[in-house]
Design a protein around this ligand. Structure first.
Ligand code: GTP
Ligand code: NA
Ligand code: MG
Length: 302
């Protein structure tokens, strides 16, 4: 076999933090910096993940904070999707229980963290206090002699967004993220549903390879053939490369969040693998699989 040709790929970034600290607001604000959406006027989020093209032309993939159920599912299945975690901490509230949980999960997974100190527009904001409290949890920001990047932002007033993007790109550069686009595609289901008109639909984050319309695949215990693909801008596309989130149509049923999608050579093989996976899943259920939270945050590997 010819050696794999690895090419640079976009970082996959997940935003975590305590309830109401501004995760969704920050995601919305970051989406607003997308030069592509900016050009076309409107910004429509069609799927639970999206890509932003920065002013410098780099692409960043953001995963919307998954719902509680999807989150637990992915955790149970040990899906590996995130390269970088952005920890959002409200500058007025400071560190709260879910902030600390997020720190622990991120550390256990060994995924780099960038701290976004949000709501700095508020009179009651105290970013320095946040940095000090982070020390207690062994998160030492650069200004305090550590190596964790931090940035003061306001999702509401759109302060510090370029700075945050710059820090994400810097971190991504250090990670030297690559994937081979020239192989059978593999990806992870972020969310899936049964759509009245379109049938089973899955949002898949492509890990490696390039997914194409017409590809035969297995996803969890389901199989199918890619009938159509829709990107985060709502456009029909023919192919999706590494780190691209895409809606896939043409599944035999609804898979679960965290399920792995693999393109295979033909339908007979797809049915075979799907049947095997269904059998394995049944076995797992009867032996009570342990939840593996850490691996959810492991970087995509080649
Ligand atoms: P959950 O998804 O419910 O955990 O919340 P979240 O972390 O996504 O927070 P969300 O974006 O919903 O924001 C919570 C509240 O904080 C909303 O009322 C926002 O308008 C407000 N908020 C978010 N960012 C800022 C900010 O930078 N400054 C101010 N003043 N308010 C903000
Ligand atoms: Na909220
Ligand atoms: Mg939210």
């Amino acid at each position: 076999d010819a050696p794999e040709t690895l090419q640079a790929r976009a970082p996959v970034v997940t935003i975590m933090g305590h309830v109401d600290h501004g995760k969704t607001s920050l995601l919305d604000a970051l989406r607003g910096t997308d030069v592509v959406s900016g050009e076309s006027g409107g910004i429509t989020q069609h799927i639970g993940a999206y890509q932003v093209k920065t002013k410098g032309g780099e692409i960043i993939t953001f995963l919307d904070t998954p719902g509680h159920e999807a989150f637990s599912e992915m955790r149970a299945r040990g899906a590996n999707i995130t390269d970088i975690v952005i920890l959002v901490v409200a500058a007025d509230d400071g560190l709260m229980p879910q902030t600390i949980e997020a720190i622990n999960h991120t550390k256990a997974a060994g995924v780099p963290m960038i701290v976004a100190i949000n709501k700095v527009d508020k009179d009651s904001a105290n970013p320095q206090r946040v940095r000090e409290r982070l020390l207690e949890h062994e998160v030492v920001v650069e200004g305090m002699g550590g190596d964790v990047q931090d940035v003061e932002v306001s999702a509401l007033k759109k302060i510090g967004l370029d700075d945050l993007i710059e820090k994400i790109l810097l971190q991504a550069e250090l990670l030297e993220l690559t994937a081979n686009p020239d192989r059978a595609a593999e990806g992870t289901v972020i969310e899936a549903k049964l759509d009245k008109g379109r049938g089973p639909v899955a949002t898949v984050l492509v890990g490696r390879g390039t997914l194409r319309v017409g590809d035969t695949f297995v996803v969890g215990a389901e199989s199918g053939k890619v009938r159509a693909m829709v990107n985060d801008k709502g456009q029909n596309i023919k192919e999706a490369g590494p780190s691209s989130p895409v809606e896939v149509l043409g599944l035999s049923g609804v898979p679960g969040a965290g399920d792995q999608m693999s393109v295979v050579e033909n339908e007979a093989r797809a049915r075979e693998v799907a049947a095997y996976r269904a059998e394995q899943a049944t076995k797992k259920r009867t032996t009570a699989a342990p939840t593996n939270f850490e691996s959810m945050f492991s970087a995509l590997s080649d």
